[in-house]
Design a protein around this ligand. Structure first.
Ligand SMILES: [Zn+2]
Ligand SMILES: [Zn+2]
Length: 1001
């Protein structure tokens, strides 16, 4: 299926689901009679929507279409699109502006909004204005104003925004800024003041860095004062309007420019290669030298992963220590996007402490990742209790050998995509010599060859399976093409000492040969050859300890001899190595690897490369989300529900006291809590309650202002519970013995769910989330392609939902073929070892619940009609990050035997979002006025008082309050304050900082 058709299919199915939901909502049983979740727009529409709030003329001016066109040309999310659309808006190609300056400002905002995905307010409130000022020679230059909300843009995007401003500056012919000595010093002082006296910058540049940047920067970074603190020095400068600390300036200067210069510069250079004209930031090349010098001094600190250890979370490798994870570049089917792959046997040999989805804390090149598996990389090399050394090939073998394992000599590979390293701008790590690099060496050699055989040879190269090469074939290829010896037949020569090496030679000289090497190893010899034995272990040479001998199999014997420069044919011809090994040839003041290369007929590469340390982070998880008390329905049981919050307990009491909405049924002439009457099923009318008169009425009280649509009272719970049971046609026996509600509701109108839903959920053991959804939490894991067999789905079913071809374009007919996972498609975590209910079970129950609800409560046809697990395949769901307001439609296509949610990297990228801590700036409109303040201060001023959980979380309802969100202005309905003790601070690898509560992890 073509991608466009796929997207159309997803859209069509989404609309079908919406249509059913709309029909159900029209019955008037729910607080709102339509589906409240709007379908989102394209990025182009979001960007234009956000910015045209400031410049209304931009709406429908053709910018959206132009962005889409640029995206087709340069790729989605390419910074080139951001710079080009900014340029065209500034040139007033779509609409006119009051002045050129305003046009440039608008251009900057649209470009900035594009690079921040149109979801944060930074382009409007973080970048506040542009001013034209005079250089000392009287020429015009640009000063850009920044404010606190620049923070939500993320550091890379804010660094790029400076480059964008400068790009437009140069294009429109403005001079470069010519800072005075005092202005440079002011910049140094002000960043220090902000960092030390206001709040910690996540990156505090050195004085040398600030001075260099402040002297060279082609535009002036200015900003409104954000703090009540004056700078400690360099006040009253003519070209800086305020003496107060400018937070926005410090943030973009230190966290954006100083910290992210390398990454920003890389993007800029890539755009310049595409023809972008920009020279203002060329000096960054020189800055990076200063910046790196500083970083170098830092590498001696012990890595953070080892500093913040937690009890019960094992360490799998000390920093850079031999035997920790061997670094390997590459992309598997399930790594990338902060996911790395290790061999399944490595998981097994850690006693399954590492499983698919486990989070690891790493030494480098990034701080953390989750783990998936890959079979074609190297697994562990272990030493057994009897002294034998083995390479473990499978997870099953690893589990079997685990009790007999004395030492894990090498943990195995960590497969790391280059793109992750590049994205973090981390130093490149030296990988060991591996099959893929060997193959590239061969390819390069052949393509550089001239002559008749070249085509035949490159045909030969294509057919070679570099992961499956016999020793004879390996030496033949290396001899013929002069490339290094195949990685399967080389050893960890960099990991042994000179003494161990000489000990090994001594031992080999005393070995006997019976077509393979047999080393003497009786009790006395064990001591004598201890160094040699250790060398063999550390080299990763597999061997078996058999009564009084150590035996190396024939292939490995040959390889070992080839490495040390002895003709392996000796194995067939002689019975001793004494003559063949001359120790003098090895006794040199060089590294072992150099000595090996001097003696061997082949080039022997470094098998080890660099090792990276790691420890266990969070374990993987996959389970149904449950609110405190595990309610089945958002309907208060009050105190009467007792400890279990059960309706049965409340029914025994006969009443529930709580804040309920109030409606009036004209037909039954009585008040109810539902928008449709539980007695006659007719629509009811909203009533008002006046807290002064203490009366309900169909109109708002005219004497008093405090009319609400709900009030606290005692309701007859028997009546409501009985009518809920009757409504869905349940007998008393069919009602489950425990239906659980909430203590009270906290939503603005205190609306309740229909109680029938609670009975239906309780039957299926489903719990409700506070927004009425049912949620399943799982660790996010990337996947780009899969086999039908792995997903537990038949080929026929996959063909039915549009998977017709494998990744090679062949017709899909076998369950071993590899197929590309489409962007909205997910595999549900369905591990048989799951500690709680599996996702497949739960989603089947959810489908049953929806069907029951449609049929029994809404009087509609059931929608899903699922009979077996495979029927889930093709159904839609929503993926959403914790505390996020926007979800992404997903489609179930299969199941994995893990505790993680496998989805395309696109999906993971789409659901990411931040939460806010005290020091984050937000824009708030109250009483008709917009202002920007720290969210912490804003919330402190409101003084939330209402307790909503057992963790000290306080809540307050809000009225007439707005903020910027996706896709634009949004009303704030309630705020919550969490206890500082329960807040966890997270520094994201891309430089963002998040503070959030434990539950959101
Ligand atoms: Zn009625
Ligand atoms: Zn009144």
């Amino acid at each position: 299926m073509k991608t466009q058709d796929y997207f159309k299919l997803i859209e069509k199915k989404t609309k079908e689901v919406y249509a059913v939901a709309e029909e159900a909502r029209k019955k008037g049983i729910d607080p709102a009679d339509k589906v409240e979740i709007p379908l989102a727009k394209s990025l182009a529409e979001k960007v234009v929507g956000l910015i045209s709030a400031v410049y209304p003329q931009m709406e429908n001016s053709g910018i959206t279409e132009r962005i889409l066109e640029l995206e087709r040309e340069h790729g989605k999310l390419d910074t080139f699109v951001a710079f080009k659309i900014a340029e065209e808006v500034a040139k007033q190609k779509f609409c006119k502006f009051a002045s050129l300056l305003e046009a440039i400002e608008a251009g900057i905002r649209i470009g900035f909004a594009y690079s921040t995905l149109g979801v944060v307010s930074s382009p409007i409130e973080g970048f506040t204005k542009l001013e034209i000022r005079k250089t000392r020679e009287g020429k015009d230059y640009l000063a850009a104003y920044f404010s606190g909300p620049i923070r939500s843009a993320g550091t890379t995007a804010s660094c790029l925004s400076l480059m964008l401003i400068d790009y437009l500056r140069e294009m429109f012919g403005y001079a470069t800024y010519d800072p005075t000595k005092d202005e440079v010093k002011r910049c140094v002082t002000e960043n220090h003041d902000y960092h030390e006296r206001i709040t910690n910058l996540q990156y505090m540049p050195t004085d040398e860095e600030i001075t260099f940047l402040a002297e060279k920067i082609p535009i002036q970074i200015d900003g409104e004062p954000t703090e009540k603190l004056e700078v400690s020095n360099y006040k009253n400068l003519p070209r800086i309007a305020t003496n107060y600390v400018r937070g926005g300036m410090c943030l973009i200067f230190s966290e954006g420019l100083s910290q992210k210069a390398a990454k920003g510069f890389r993007y800029l250079n890539r755009m310049k290669q595409k023809g972008l004209q920009s020279t203002g930031f060329d000096f960054i090349a020189e800055y990076l030298e200063i910046h790196e010098k500083r970083d170098k001094g830092k590498t001696e600190d012990s890595p953070t992963y080892i500093n913040d250890m937690i009890a019960g979370r094992p360490i799998f490798g000390h920093p850079s220590r031999s035997g920790a994870f061997r670094f390997r570049y590459g992309r598997g089917r399930s790594n990338g996007f902060s996911g790395i792959s290790i061999h399944p046997a490595t998981m097994g040999i850690t006693d399954s402490f590492i499983a698919t989805g486990t989070q690891l804390k790493l030494e480098r090149p990034t701080k953390g990742c989750i783990v998936t598996s890959c079979e074609s990389i190297d697994g562990p090399i272990i030493k057994l209790n009897n002294g034998s050394v083995r390479k473990v090939k499978t997870a099953e073998e690893a589990k079997k050998l685990y009790p007999e394992t004395q030492e894990i000599i090498y943990l195995g590979d960590a497969l790391f995509p280059f793109s992750d390293v590049a994205n973090r701008n981390a130093r490149l790590i030296k990988p060991g010599y591996v099959e893929e690099i060997w193959k590239l060496d061969l390819r390069e050699k052949i393509s550089s060859m001239l002559g008749q055989n070249r085509e035949k040879d490159s045909e030969f190269e294509k057919q070679i399976d570099s992961f499956n090469i016999r020793f004879e074939q390996a030496v033949e290829i290396s001899s013929k093409y002069g490339i290094p010896l195949h990685p399967k037949y080389i050893f960890y020569w960099t990991e042994i000492s000179k003494e161990e090496f000489l000990g090994l030679l001594l031992w080999l000289r005393n070995a006997k040969i019976e077509k393979k090497i047999i080393l003497p190893y009786n009790k006395a010899e064990q001591e004598k050859y201890a160094l040699g034995k250790r060398a063999l272990e550390l080299l990763g040479v597999e061997h078996e300890v058999i009564i009084e001998h150590v035996v190396i199999n024939q292939d490995i014997s040959k390889a070992l001899l080839a490495n040390i420069g002895v003709d392996w044919k000796i194995l067939e011809e002689e019975n001793s190595l004494k003559e063949a090994i001359n120790p003098d040839k090895f006794d040199e003041e060089k590294t072992i690897l150099e000595i090996i290369n001097k003696n061997s007929a082949f080039k022997i590469k470094d098998k080890a490369g660099e090792f990276i340390g790691a420890r266990m982070g969070r374990p993987e998880k996959a389970k149904l989300r449950k609110l405190i008390g595990s309610p089945n329905v958002l309907f208060p049981v009050g105190r009467e529900g007792g400890r279990l919050r059960s309706f049965q307990a409340a029914v025994d009491t006969g009443s529930v006291t709580g804040d309920f909405p109030v409606y009036y049924c004209d037909s039954c002439k009585k008040e109810t809590i539902y928008p449709s009457c539980e007695n006659c099923n007719l629509q009811t009318r909203k009533m008002f309650y006046c807290y002064e008169c203490k009366e309900t009425s169909l109109r708002k009280c005219e004497q008093h202002e405090k009319s609400t649509t709900h009030y606290t009272r005692q309701i007859d719970i028997n009546h409501y519970f009985e009518s809920a049971r009757e409504k869905i046609g349940f007998t008393n026996q069919e009602v489950p013995p425990l239906v659980k509600g909430v203590r009270g509701t906290s939503s603005a109108g205190h609306s309740v769910e229909h109680l029938s839903k609670g009975i239906l959920r309780a039957v299926l053991d489903l719990q409700v989330n506070k927004d009425g959804t049912i949620r399943f939490d799982a660790t996010e894991m990337p996947l780009v392609s899969f086999k039908p067999k792995e997903a537990g789905v038949s080929v026929n079913k996959l063909r039915e939902i549009g998977y017709l071809h494998d990744i090679y374009g062949k017709e899909l007919e076998d369950n071993e073929q590899i197929i590309e996972l489409k962007p909205h498609d997910i595999l549900l975590p369905s591990s048989p070892e799951a500690p709680e209910s599996r996702a497949d079970d739960i989603f089947i129950r959810i489908a049953h619940f929806v069907d029951e609800e449609l049929a029994r409560l809404y009087g509609l046809k059931p929608f899903y009609n699922l009979k077996k697990r495979e029927d889930l395949v093709g159904q839609l769901g929503v993926c959403i990050a914790p505390h996020n307001c926007a979800g992404v439609v997903c489609r179930i296509v299969g199941f994995s035997n893990t505790l993680g949610l496998f989805a395309s990297p696109y999906m993971h990228a789409a659901v990411r979002r931040d939460c806010l801590s005290f020091d984050n700036y937000v824009s708030v409109k109250r009483n008709g006025i917009w202002h920007i303040e720290k969210i912490g201060e804003f919330i402190e001023n409101i003084k939330p008082r209402k307790k909503i959980d057992n963790f000290g979380t306080l809540m307050e309802k809000m009225q007439d309050t707005f903020t910027w969100s996706n896709p634009g202005k949004g009303e704030v309905k309630e705020i919550t304050k969490h206890q500082p003790g329960h807040m966890i601070k997270i520094f994201l690898e891309d430089g963002r900082r998040i503070e959030l509560t434990k539950n959101q992890l």
